[in-house]
Design a binder for this molecule. Structure first.
Ligand code: FAD
Length: 470
């Protein structure tokens, strides 16, 4: 496919996340043609992914169609495509979807391709410990978590039943804390009367981090408060423990003295790290911009790349003045980049460098429990922080319908004990690893082969042995 040539200034936006969507929307009245290219057809509200993973919300509520959001904005064309190449000299973006290769020319480019899960060089951990970055991840985790209770109910061997009823969350940042809190609520409230052979309230939830604090970025007062609230929920918090092994039946952690401890668990959630999109590598190689340790590209003060004032890189895949990887930075940079483009086509001088306005940060721990940090001084936890969190998240959800159904589902889960989204499918459970194996040459995935072999061995060992004839 070739795109039609336009006489207007052509802006290409890569990504339909917070940065890309806010940039495209800001260009609504500008005299430009915008092409928004993304590998997903939705705009994903990542802060609520953990609620999809734990059956509170449906995926549609947090991932509205980008095409629908932008349907009234006539200067935008939305294209599905995985961007495989950006040529900053030819000023083209190459993307692929459904076997169709599309080359789109630009005059200005906004790259907002976000970040992916980082296993800190241990990519084999991914087989057994999914991250939480996409709808696929959330649905797989929902399948794994809810199935763990089902498998525990079936299991006769107490040792294996305990493994099914042990949940490990790696990473004590906001996502890890939210996941651990919600798995605890599932066990203690939602599922407590649903099983006959097992008692879901006996489940063990372990939150592990290599660092010394829970929610370290919130400061020591809120960090201690969060750790205390988690303990009250029955979550085991293991700090200063680095994960050194992950396999199908658990993880091994190592403390600072080198002492290793094994935690047997069939469900491990990886919420420990992110790294900038691979597109950062190609842009760095072409422009001489540096990459930081998190594979984020170092941008100039105006979010552009050296020697390329027409290329903006924003959001989670860029590094600037230590700004955090949060939605507000991406949204503010999206608007900033769009405004700079408008100034450029209007013949005005560039505005001053980008400055992030920090509106504060929040994390929920469970029902009625949250922490909030606003400005340098205002830090508080508990019910007020939790209500504030609810209001702000509803306001930022895109789409009126989504807001209404989200509030209804929250009422079901937080006022009652139910979860409206407990459906899981086998495809969600096996899909990611099946796709991964299919993409490898001759389907050889050593981790999967090893897992299959080990499962067979375990099953043979677990099978009752025939009684000796006497
Ligand atoms: C579980 C979780 C919880 C979070 N909670 C919070 C929170 O409570 N508060 C907060 O402020 N922030 C939170 N964040 C961080 C926040 O979501 C990110 O900072 C924000 O999404 C970054 O926006 P972005 O536009 O840079 O990237 P993203 O929103 O990740 O968007 C990236 C876009 O690029 C597309 N894309 C990627 N690669 C390609 C490619 N090669 N070709 C085409 N398209 C591509 C993706 O499909 C996506 O549309 C959370 C993140 C996660 C994962």
């Amino acid at each position: 496919m070739t795109t039609t040539m336009s006489r207007r200034h052509r802006v290409v936006v890569i990504g339909s996340g917070f940065g890309g969507l806010f940039a495209a929307k800001r260009l609504r009245r500008a005299n430009v043609d915008v092409t928004l290219i993304s590998r997903t057809t939705h705009h994903l509200f990542q802060p609520l992914l953990y609620q999809v993973a734990t059956g509170i919300l449906s995926e549609g509520e947090i991932a509205p169609s980008t095409r629908e959001i932008l349907k009234r904005q006539e200067n935008v064309q939305t294209l599905l495509g995985d961007v495989s190449a950006i040529d900053v000299n030819a000023r083209t973006v190459t993307s692929e979807a459904g076997g169709v290769r599309t080359v789109t020319a630009y005059d200005s480019l906004i790259v907002a391709a976000g970040a992916t899960t980082s296993y800190f060089g241990n990519d084999d951990f991914a087989t057994y410990a999914p991250g939480l970055k996409s709808i696929d991840d959330a649905l797989e985790l929902r399948g794994r978590i809810l199935s763990a209770f089902e498998f525990a109910e079936l299991e006769q061997d107490e040792r294996i039943r305990d493994e099914w009823q042990t949940f490990v969350v790696v990473g004590a940042g906001a996502t890890g804390v939210e996941m651990a809190g919600q798995i605890s609520e599932l066990s203690h409230r939602t599922l407590r009367n649903d099983f006959r052979a097992i008692d879901p309230r006996r489940s063990r939830i372990v939150l592990v981090d290599a660092l010394d604090d829970v929610l370290g970025s919130f400061g020591s007062k809120l960090s201690n408060s969060a750790a205390h609230q988690l303990e009250k929920l029955g979550v085991d918090v293991w700090l200063s423990e680095k994960v050194v092994e992950v396999d199908e039946r658990g993880i091994t952690v190592e403390d600072k003295s080198g002492l290793r401890t094994r935690i047997q668990s069939r469900t491990v959630v990886w919420a420990a790290g992110v790294k900038g999109s691979d597109l950062a590598n190609s842009l760095a190689a072409q422009t001489g911009a540096e990459l930081d340790r998190g594979n984020r590209i170092k941008v100039q003060g105006d979010c552009t790349l050296p020697g390329h004032p027409e290329v903006y890189v924003i959001g989670d895949m860029m590094s600037l003045k230590g700004y955090p990887g949060v939605a507000q930075v991406a949204m503010q940079q999206g608007k900033y980049a769009a405004d700079q483009i408008k100034r450029h086509i209007g013949g005005k001088a560039r505005a001053e460098d980008f400055h992030y306005f920090d509106k504060g940060s929040m994390a929920t721990i469970s029902r009625f429990k949250a922490v909030a940090s606003i400005g340098d001084r205002l830090r508080f936890g508990g019910v007020i922080a939790w209500f504030l969190w609810l209001v702000i998240h509803v306001l930022y959800l895109v789409g009126f319908k989504n807001r209404v159904t989200t509030v209804l589902h929250w009422a079901v889960s937080f006022l009652g004990r139910g979860r409206s989204q407990r459906t899981t499918t086998n495809q969600q459970l096996v899909g990611r690893n099946a796709v991964r194996a299919a993409q490898l040459p001759d389907n050889a995935d050593p981790a999967l082969a090893e897992r299959d072999e080990r499962t067979e061995r375990d099953q043979a060992a677990d099978r009752p042995q025939p009684a000796a004839k006497g």
